[in-house]
Design a protein around this ligand. Structure first.
Ligand SMILES: C[S@@+](CC[C@H](N)C(=O)[O-])C[C@H]1O[C@@H](n2cnc3c(N)ncnc32)[C@H](O)[C@@H]1O
Length: 161
């Protein structure tokens, strides 16, 4: 059992991708070599499946605002992290920005993250601007709630950070 606070799940649940997340990973327009950003991706189940499809030239960064969640990713995706195909960072979508010298991402996705699925509109607006700034021009953001995904419009920044 991997258990801490609200993040409580069996190792089995993380190792085996659920049908829900498998359908989402299948629906992403992935190809080898892409740089992918997942928002709110703890404990890393979908990210590990994505990393498999990106091959050695690609990379997925998973951000999550929960330090516990990030620790779980680091533990459960240790092999992918060691191979350099996956990394994890503790930051909220609303505060996220590329680090100095960090390449932009080709696409982003988020599953069951309140700021991006319409549950928290104000946080969502800030988060979408942050994500847009971290993507290559025209890079898409996909969220759940479609069939199974929908693409979200990314508006231009309207405020200084
Ligand atoms: C309901 S869980 C979903 C986890 C995973 N995406 C899935 O579908 O199994 C939501 C996750 O998103 C993270 N999260 C929620 N709001 C966030 C935000 N604004 N920025 C970054 N992470 C966030 C939470 O810490 C949690 O790990």
């Amino acid at each position: 059992m991997v258990s801490s606070g609200r993040h409580c799940l069996t190792v089995q649940m993380v190792r085996e991708l659920s049908p829900r997340l498998a359908a989402i990973v299948d629906a992403l327009p992935l190809r080898p070599g892409l740089r992918v950003l997942e928002i709110g991706g703890a404990p890393g189940a979908a990210a590990r499946a994505v990393a498999q499809r990106l091959g050695p030239g690609g990379h997925i960064l998973v951000i999550d605002r929960s330090a516990t969640g990030v620790s779980q990713i680091e533990r459960l995706a240790a092999a992918e992290i060691q191979r350099g195909v996956l990394s994890a960072r503790c930051v909220s979508a609303e505060d996220f920005c590329l680090r100095e010298g960090e390449a932009a991402f080709d696409l982003a996705f988020a599953v069951r993250v309140g700021a991006l699925d319409g549950r928290h509109p104000e946080a969502g607006s800030i988060a979408r601007q942050r994500i847009r700034a971290a993507l290559v021009p025209g890079g898409p953001l996909f969220v759940d709630g479609g069939d199974p995904l929908r693409q979200v419009r990314l508006e231009a920044p309207d405020r200084a950070w």
